[in-house]
Design a protein around this ligand. Structure first.
Ligand code: MEZ
Length: 571
């Protein structure tokens, strides 16, 4: 109790000091701890007598995708010179733990009643209009790629992100990035071709795709991989995704999650050459008779305008907002989503005054292996590395490497409209991404298949027979039941694992119409001068069904093209 009273006194002193514009620390480095999602977060906070000089996260048990949320919180604490800051939407537990750790350290640093900078003082800056060659709307993978490419081409770039952190849906992407005829494929002896990549993508999208855009995607994919590697990305592990004829999904060594890794690489690359502003929502794209002229921006502190010669729209899709989803595909009412909270389709209204053409808006994809209610996507790479899908009769019911539309539909036809994704220790060891599912407590684990069946209330003899039959198919190289194209390993090394999964909204394939140079097209077929777009905000690349691994490919390749073209336009 004494400890609590003492903490409250320190906190009260800090609050008083902050309100009066005065607070003081005893210079030094102090540690604090807080409980995050994955365990205890520990920070070391260095202060001088007036201000926080540095915050270092010395123990971080959180998953990779929270890196950007943590960075945002550290930036906020440094800017505010205080631990009295807001958390980050979409990373609540990490925010709570990290903020508590910072507050704990600052409570020790506080001496009670002298002078320091208050949070309100440092935040009260005047908002001035600004200018840039290129403004990028959205700091997900597409926006960050565009920003880096535009700056590499010599443009002054400002990136505007409405969320408090960068990364968008790319933070959640896991399985990897599709590319053909790449150096990492060659190193692994994979004989893929650009033409097969094109054929697979067109087939997966039921030929609704714009073939010219698909060709650009495939022909530039290898160069994109080289570009990302040159920026520091690790894309050395190459695995299989549904609908692919070869292993072409590139990700970090050991099968670690690709998205958060690429965000951290691209963020560093973009921040070094562009002005990246979070908590900055674009409310209008301004234009005159000659084309776009800039944007209007809204922040918590007020609004301002940026004059720009070119604008790159990279604001993502609308899969996070079920109200918008059902406007275009009513049968998805009530479905969960894998999407980041910012994917709310802001571009739909933003481009209306510019008479921009929209294509394929009703083409919305569900991902078939998402944990119900928790909305946690289990990457397709788990199936790619060997996992099988089992229904409540303890039987397989589909080729696990079919495209997402086929696997989703087959799952919805099963009792309970979900299935169990099952694998063994061999699959777990082949893919680092699985560790985060184990850490999050999503996996049911059992020493034997019979024990796994008992834990899930399935018939043990049937499940054992299903595994035996499947292992026989792996040995013979032919799946006599469902014709699964690739069966990389038998499932016979315990422990065995299962997780219940079902379809949830994943990717909105429709969006603004672009040409091969990422220029935006209007309803009369004309180019909107100075307006470029890349990533999930666009339509046409994926047709009616996107292949797993083609989103990271799309955002980086078309992001690069949009940035380069936008910079060229400003010359
Ligand atoms: O491209 C994707 O959506 C993807 C690879 C998702 C995943 O299952 O990891």
């Amino acid at each position: 109790m004494k400890k609590i009273i003492a903490s409250l006194l320190v906190l009260t002193a800090l609050i008083f000091a902050s309100c009066s514009g005065k607070a003081v620390y005893t210079a030094g480095t102090y540690t604090g701890e807080g409980q995050g999602h994955g365990g205890t977060i520990k920070v070391a906070v260095t202060v001088d007598s007036k201000a926080i000089k540095n915050i270092e996260v010395v123990k971080n048990p959180e998953s990779d995708f929270t890196i950007n949320a943590m960075k945002t919180i550290l930036d906020r604490a440094l800017k505010a010179n205080s631990g009295d800051i807001d958390g980050v939407t979409g990373a609540t537990e990490t925010s709570t733990g990290l903020i508590a750790a910072i507050q704990g350290a600052l409570a020790q640093a506080a001496t009670g009643n002298a002078a320091a900078v208050s949070s309100t003082e440092s935040a009260a800056a005047e908002l001035k209009d600004d200018s840039a060659d290129v403004v990028v709307i959205g700091a997900g993978g597409a926006g960050l790629s565009a920003a880096k490419a535009a700056a590499q081409a010599g443009a002054k770039v400002i990136v505007l992100e409405k969320m408090p952190f960068v990364g968008g849906n790319t933070n959640y992407a896991t399985g990897g990035l599709n590319a053909a005829e790449t150096a990492p494929q060659e190193a692994l002896g994979i004989e893929d071709t650009i033409e097969t990549f094109i054929d697979d993508t067109m087939k997966g999208g039921h030929n609704l795709n714009n073939p010219e855009l698909v060709r650009v995607l495939a022909e530039n994919s290898s160069e994109t991989v080289n570009w990302l590697i040159s920026l520091g990305a690790d894309l050395t592990d190459v695995g299989r995704m549904g609908g692919a004829s070869f292993n072409r999904c590139h990700r970090p060594a050991g099968g670690a999650a690709a998205g958060a890794h690429l965000v951290s690489v691209l963020d560093k690359a973009a921040e070094s050459v562009a002005d990246v502003r979070t908590d900055s929502r674009v409310t209008e794209i301004t234009f005159d008779a000659n084309g776009v002229t800039g944007v209007k921006v809204e922040t918590a502190d007020g609004s301002y305008s940026i004059a720009a010669k070119a604008v790159v729209l990279a604001s993502g899709g609308f899969g996070a907002d079920n109200d918008v989803v059902v406007q275009f595909k009513p049968e998805l009412a009530g479905f969960g989503t894998t999407n980041a909270p910012g994917a709310t389709g802001d571009a739909i209204e933003l481009v209306k005054p510019l008479n921009v053409a929209m294509v394929d808006m009703e083409q919305i994809q569900t991902h078939p292996t998402v944990v119900p209610v928790k909305n946690k996507m289990i990457t397709e790479a788990v199936r790619g590395n060997g996992a099988i899908l089992i229904n409540r009769d303890a039987k397989r019911f589909v080729s696990e490497l079919e495209t997402r539309d086929v696997v989703s539909e087959a799952t919805l036809a099963q009792a309970g409209k979900t299935s169990f994704l099952m694998f063994d220790q061999g699959v777990r060891e082949s893919l680092k991404a699985i560790e985060s599912y184990a850490k999050a407590g999503l996996l049911t684990e059992a020493a034997t298949i019979e024990e796994l069946a008992a834990a899930l209330d399935l018939d043990a003899a049937t499940l054992a027979e299903t595994f035996t039959t499947y292992n026989g198919y792996v040995a013979s190289g032919a799946d006599a039941d469902f014709g699964r194209a690739d069966m990389p390993r038998t499932l016979e090394n315990g422990p065995f694992y299962a997780v219940e999964v079902g379809p949830a909204v994943h990717h909105t394939m429709g969006g603004v119409k672009i040409n091969t140079e990422a220029q935006v097209i209007d309803n009369d077929g004309n180019i909107v001068a100075g307006l470029f777009a890349a990533g999930e905000v666009t339509g046409g690349v994926h047709g009616s069904n996107r292949l797993g691994g083609n989103a990271l490919s799309d955002i980086t390749t078309f992001g690069r093209i949009a940035g380069t073209q936008a910079a060229a336009f400003t010359k």
